[in-house]
Design a protein around this ligand. Structure first.
Ligand code: ASP
Ligand code: MG
Length: 472
């Protein structure tokens, strides 16, 4: 059977002439080693934000920045096209196609301004323009480099529900359509170059899979073809042991398991969209993260589960991350003791504000409930809780509902923790020795991670201290 590779290029990987030169070389090399190659692209870096900002301004009736936005988009795309496409007929053609899309941005924004509102559906139509431009550009430059390639919009085969801005694919229909559209191209030796991030409802309305969703697109396409491997080309060498801006010795992890990266993605590592994992894991497909700007680096390989005792090079702890700008909310009162349903009502009140909770601490007594929320939502959450428990507060069954100042959630990740006693002991002694005060603790039920809360001023010290447990 022939081997199939899906490669996804992120925004910076298609964001400049140099990046595209590198992407072309990467595609050329892949074509030598793989019988069939599919390329998925993001919008050029900065484009999706620019599009969405234009639509948001238009919804407030502001359209004066539209000519500037249109000019920026032309410059960004046309500069690259002019640098990398020699044939003037081809060049003019791709420029005309992209220009049409820029005109439709202007039209859409004017319509939004007239209506005074941008529906999620309209926002998706606007957001889709970024990938619809970049896919034409990338296909044209690859084809001009002598590698047969053809642009095809994923709206033709990624079929989703109508949950605009966060659409969910219908895998059954998508499987059939994707094979139907992409296989004939690949049979002819042509590389299909397709849009990440977007799909369409069965009726043909354009949807998006959520911000950063191009990774997910690559996983969906890889899973349904099916491909043998999915490679995510980005601008870092892979998943690192921690943020290199905090710890200079941070290193790229050669391997990480799906469980482990799920914890990292959840806790703010920006490398991979969290939804990417499920389809490739379910389909048993390999996943690799690699750097367009350092293509000979092996990057990070995702592996189904950690081998033997879970240790890689004898290290149990693999990575440390921090999510900043959170606050801890505590509900406390002796009247809560033994009263069923308090937690359910508390989280119901939080959910009603649309806030998701990144961490709940293990309460040792029934007299308090404590959890984290993003700092900017703390006030909203507090008022919602005060309303929900107004009568308990009046009766003094609940003494107070309060929030800390900004805190950070530090997460230590490593699948080996499951089999290694004493890891949390080491974590907390290390922090103690380094003078970091731990405000709260939560251990994921997966035992792949331990999370703890520190004052925001202690964030860097905590990360540095815990990172030493990896390298030593
Ligand atoms: N262009 C989209 C975004 O910026 C999707 C992606 O880049 O993954 O969210
Ligand atoms: Mg991304």
């Amino acid at each position: 059977m022939s081997k199939t590779l899906v490669m996804k290029f992120g925004g910076t990987s298609v964001g400049s002439v140099d990046a595209l030169k590198s992407a072309i070389q990467i595609i050329r090399d892949a074509k030598k080693d793989w019988d069939r190659v599919v390329v998925v692209t993001s919008a050029m870096s900065g484009v999706t934000n620019l599009l969405l900002d234009s639509a948001a301004s238009a919804s407030h009736g502001k359209v004066d920045s539209l000519p500037q936005a249109a000019a920026t988009l032309r410059e960004k795309h046309f500069n690259v096209a002019e640098a990398l496409i020699q044939n003037s007929v081809k060049l003019n053609q791709v420029i005309a196609e992209i220009d049409d899309l820029i005109f439709s941005l202007v039209d859409l924004c004017k319509a939004i301004a007239v209506l005074g509102e941008a529906s999620p559906r309209a926002m998706d139509t606007v957001a889709s323009l970024g990938e619809r431009m970049s896919v034409r550009l990338l296909a044209a430059v690859v084809d001009s480099a002598g590698i047969p390639a053809q642009a095809i919009e994923s709206t033709e085969f990624v079929v989703t529900n109508a949950h605009f801005q966060n659409a969910h694919p219908d895998f059954k229909v998508t499987t059939e359509k994707t094979r139907g559209k992409l296989n004939p191209l690949m049979d002819k030796g042509i590389i299909p170059i397709t849009t990440g991030f977007i799909g369409a409802t069965p009726e043909g309305a354009i949807t998006t899979l959520g911000r950063g969703g191009s990774d997910y697109s690559a996983a969906i396409i890889g899973a349904v073809l099916p491909a043998d491997d999915v490679w995510i080309w980005t601008d870092v060498d892979g998943v690192m042991t921690t943020d290199p801006r905090i710890v200079r010795e941070a290193q790229t992890l050669p391997e990480i398991s799906y469980n482990e990266i799920a914890e990292l993605a959840y806790y703010g590592a920006k490398v991979l969209h969290p939804k990417t994992i499920r389809p490739v894991l379910d389909a048993g497909i390999g996943l690799r993260i690699c750097n367009t700007f350092n293509p000979s680096h092996p990057g990070t390989r995702l592996i189904p589960s950690v081998k033997s005792n879970g240790k890689v090079d004898g290290k149990v702890i693999k990575a440390v991350t921090a999510i900043r700008k959170q606050r801890l909310i505590t509900i406390e009162g002796r009247g809560m003791l033994g009263v069923p349903g308090v937690a359910a009502r508390a989280f119901g009140a939080v959910a009603s504000t649309g806030t998701s909770v990144p961490l709940i601490t293990q309460a040792s007594s029934e007299q308090s409930i404590c959890f984290a929320v993003p700092a900017e939502l703390a006030h909203t959450v507090l008022s919602s809780l005060e309303k929900a428990f107004a009568s308990e507060i009046a009766d003094e069954d609940i003494d107070r509902v309060w929030s800390t100042e900004d805190i950070s959630i530090i997460t230590v990740v490593g699948a080996g923790m499951r089999h290694t006693p004493g890891v949390s002991g080491r974590v907390f002694s290390k922090l103690g020795n380094d003078g970091v005060n731990v405000l709260a603790i939560a251990q994921g039920s997966s035992e792949v991670s331990i999370s703890l809360v520190v004052d925001s001023a202690d964030t860097e010290n905590a990360v540095k201290a815990l990172h030493e447990l990896i390298i030593n």
